[in-house]
Design a protein around this ligand. Sequence first.
Ligand code: FAD
Length: 311
Amino acid sequence: PFDVLIVGGGPAGAAAGIYTARKGFRTGIAAERFGGQVLDTMGIENFISVPYTEGPKLARALEAHVAENGIDVMNLAEAERLIPAKKPGGWHEVVLKNGATLSARAVVLATGARWRNLGVPGEFEYRNRGVAYCPHCDGPLFKGKRVAVIGGGNSGVEAAIDLANIVGHVTLIEFDSQLRADQVLQDKLRSLPNVDIRMSAQTTEITGNGERVSGLLYKNRVSGQEQKIELEGVFVQIGLVPNTEWLKDSGLELSSYGEIVIDHKAATNLPGVFAAGDVTTVPYKQIVIAMGEGSKAALSAFDYIIRNAPA
Ligand code: FAD
């Protein structure tokens, strides 16, 4: 049994583990894929104090830092059920897909999220070579260039407003016949001189020259006509899905988007169960934020354990 079990091995989980291990707590990390989304990232230019790094390099650094603190890392360990303690101080159980059951006095959930994909030809092939998902991360790489943002909800319209300030031209592509973003954002978007909006537009392919993205094809859903746009970048903004499917019947409170609801101390509605990073309701999904939140969840787990005698 562990004092603290962390589920998820991305930046949030790694940070949580290092903090609880440094408190002298027996700490375990169970992760389906240690490193998390960072493994799918190429250039990272906003990891503060490190002007440039790459995802796989940062993931190796996380692994080394975790290993130095004597944490029991279970990689390729997918959790499929959380059975919370019956009373404060009791043991929580996490059941893994491989049949094992892990128990701990406090649990930190850090299972992250995944970007919803378009599922069109070219999207996967040109990922990190023109296809991007995070405007805060990759916007500056397209300085002065032409990009499209796919998705007209709040995140898509915010991304288009953000990018219009950095890139040369933005085309916002919305599948529906209207944008779903808040009116104030729509008004702001429409006031920008270097933004085009295409409605009722279904993206059918992201094209490239073998090296990088060169354009995008979409079908006008009213006329049925295919259109082509030449551009250098495509930001897909059709949703970020939290990895909480496995928690559905645990009694844990989830938001309408499926995120774990946490308070300012990273506590969930279940005593002794904390959560951190992209899987939670915390706004803005970024590496530095996930690390800060993981550290916070770990300190809250420490506080919980010293205040609750084993039950
Ligand atoms: P994640 O990184 O998603 O990690 C989740 C962990 O939980 C993984 O180990 C996963 O395998 C595991 N897991 C999931 N389900 C289970 C389960 N049932 N059982 C066990 N383990 C499970 N942010 C930046 O700050 N800068 C950037 O430049 C940047 N670029 C990005 C580029 C791309 C292509 C992507 C996809 C994201 C980028 N981000 C960037 C966002 C950043 O990667 C995330 O905000 C950050 O990784 C979130 O950390 P996390 O620990 O909360 O979750």
